[in-house]
Design a binder for this molecule. Sequence first.
Ligand SMILES: [Zn+2]
Length: 439
Amino acid sequence: MILRIQDVLKRVSAMNRELEELNQLRKRIPRERSYTDGLEVAIDKQVNDLLNRKIAYEELELENVPAELLVQLQKVDMATASRMQSNRLQVSALEPSASEQKVLDFLRDMPKVELHLHMEACISSQTLAGMLKRNQVDYSQSELEKLYEFNNLQEFIKLFLFILDSIKTPDDFELIFQNLREYLESNNIRYAEVFLAPSRMIQNGLDFNEIAWTLDRLANQCEREGGPVVRYLIDVSRTFGLENASRNLQRVLDAKATNIIGIGLGGAELMGPAHEFGPVFEQARAAGLRAVAHSGEDDGPWSIRDTVEILKAERIGHGTSAIQDPDLLQLLKEKRIPIEICLTSNIFTGKYVRRAKDHPVRRYYDEGLVCTVNTDDPEIFNVTLTDEYWKLYKEVNFRISELVDMNRMGVFASFHPRPAELWQGFDQEIKQLRSQYQV
Ligand SMILES: [Zn+2]
């Protein structure tokens, strides 16, 4: 099929106008009226649909675009400009050449932090098998391997729930923590803030205090042994509503585990809009807990704005749809709110970005936003933090100095009590490594 670029631009502009009108309309909906929620959902659905159609146009490959049209193209809007590129390069192979190997070695050895990492997603199929065996659950090895070979979001959710349901006792966390530690050490991650979502485990009859105290003890032990420093953020979850989230916060407060330093808001973004969880975040902040939230992964930029303005979250998980709203980007920049970038994860879920080189992280970084590099779910996506840095180098054209800079942003975006001190140590090591590998 041949499409004239003028037609594409016309259609994208028409969609932009429609989006603008819908967003205006949404702003005028009174919050306290009985029909408001349903109406908002209807508008959000339509906006999501439009954004997806727009992305489909933006992903069209262009050949021999005349220069004056390219200028016009850049003006359409930020998201379009970031995705539409003339004469796209062929996707380069991810395997490093001989000269690139030293870059990969440097990225692996670089001391790092990771701020967006789900503990449940650090469980390898071997650990899962060990847990099932220990808990005397019948399973077949081939069935287990098939679960890890998921191809879509539905299958991914199936695996995730299977993992959660396999955790039968707090002692299972010994094995899980061991997995986590191996992952952190093999990527030279010295400090990590790790999510744990207890809702399903509690529904399955596990005791939150026992989980919390086991995790606390394991983190202390790891630190004493000179291993990575692990702190936890409990995902209060948006999937089961405000009451459940409040109960989870109360559990965190009651457990008084020193290594649990805050809360996160994860789960199905379209089912639990950010603005509904204001009271939980307010209470968490008042109690001295840190607070972050997943946002703009599966929902539009309005969700991120609510997360900043209503929840006052200290970091945004994903933030992929922020690129759709220039005013929001300005707000994130002014408030210096860090974005936890999860490149591989975003491409897998495919909601707002389908190829690494189209990921808005390039634009965010260039616009001066605080960007940090993360994996989200390493065992599930079969990805490591070193891989994520490597993909940013190889596929998104980040230079080494920019990757080091994002690592530095991660240190200062963390809740480490002395980030400057932590970075000073990293910085010295990194300088040495760069001269050793000549990168
Ligand atoms: Zn996540």
